[in-house]
Write a new protein. Structure first.
Length: 264
């Protein structure tokens, strides 16, 4: 069944991780996994910058000291045991330094043992279906057409229904598809996982910031691949409980039409 965006979600919400003009770096983290990703990214950035500067320095030294004019008679030796040991051992140490946080991050991304709730995400051509098994809530999320975009909204990033998640809660994410491979991705959460037909992939997220977060399908899935946006509203636990209760509440019966007055 389909649900419209609730009134409190339809109002303007903060977008703490939305990209800004001339922004450098990754989107602001809104989960522990993304925080670890940014930390690992920064570590790699330092390492590759140091390696690049070191190689550049060697090239400059070689170009200046060992060109034909400065060094017309080249040396005849071709081996140096110490240097060969260093350039073999040093890369191994660098790879070991990178491997430890890399495997730790892969393990952190994998799954959560104790989840507070479960969200099932189903990819379709070309929209998303969401299921909350714990609450028996199901709805589809379809991209908002350009003609319906309102001021303050973002073209090709809005949907008619939003995913609602409680802040500071461990959410198990189960992903599958009905037709072709899709990929559900929210950069601020550090989540990007394939939705594969006939298979259920699992990961998790723990939103740490209130607000609205955007993503898109990240696996080429057909002609309307670019029209599969994702919108997640992270709300307080009280607001989430109220949202669930509102979806479970039976619809009020329609009032019977008033009887026509008797003819005279």
């Amino acid at each position: 069944m389909l649900f419209s965006v609730p009134a409190w979600a339809a109002d303007e919400m903060p977008t703490p991780s939305f990209p800004t003009e001339w922004q450098m770096g990754l989107q602001k983290a809104a989960s522990p996994v993304m925080e670890s990703m940014i930390s690992f990214h920064n570590l790699l950035l330092v390492i590759i910058t140091a390696i690049s500067l070191f190689v550049l320095a060697l090239l400059i030294i070689c170009a200046i000291r060992f060109n034909e004019r400065a060094n017309p008679v080249p040396a005849k030796w071709s081996h140096n045991t110490l240097i060969e040991v260093i350039w073999t051992a040093l890369p191994v140490l660098i790879l070991a330094l990178v491997a430890v946080p890399s495997y730790r991050l892969l393990y952190l991304q994998d799954r959560i043992e104790q989840a507070d709730m479960t969200l099932k995400i189903v990819g379709n051509q070309w929209y998303w279906s969401y299921e909350y098994p714990d609450s028996e809530i199901t709805f589809d999320a379809i991209a908002t057409p350009d003609k319906d975009i309102k001021p303050g909204q973002h073209r090709m990033l809005e949907t008619d229904n939003h995913v609602i998640l409680p802040v500071d809660s461990n959410v198990r994410l189960l992903m599958t598809a009905t037709d072709v491979i899709h990929a559900w991705a929210i950069p601020a959460f550090g989540v990007k996982l394939d939705n594969v037909p006939g298979r259920t992939n699992e990961t998790w997220v723990r939103p740490t910031k209130l607000g609205r977060f955007y993503g898109q399908c990240s696996e080429l899935c057909g002609v309307d691949h670019s029209f599969m946006p994702i919108v997640v509203d992270v709300v307080s636990k009280e607001a989430y409980t109220a949202w669930v209760a509102g979806k479970k509440a039976p619809a009020a019966p329609a009032e019977a039409p008033a009887a026509a007055p008797p003819a005279h």
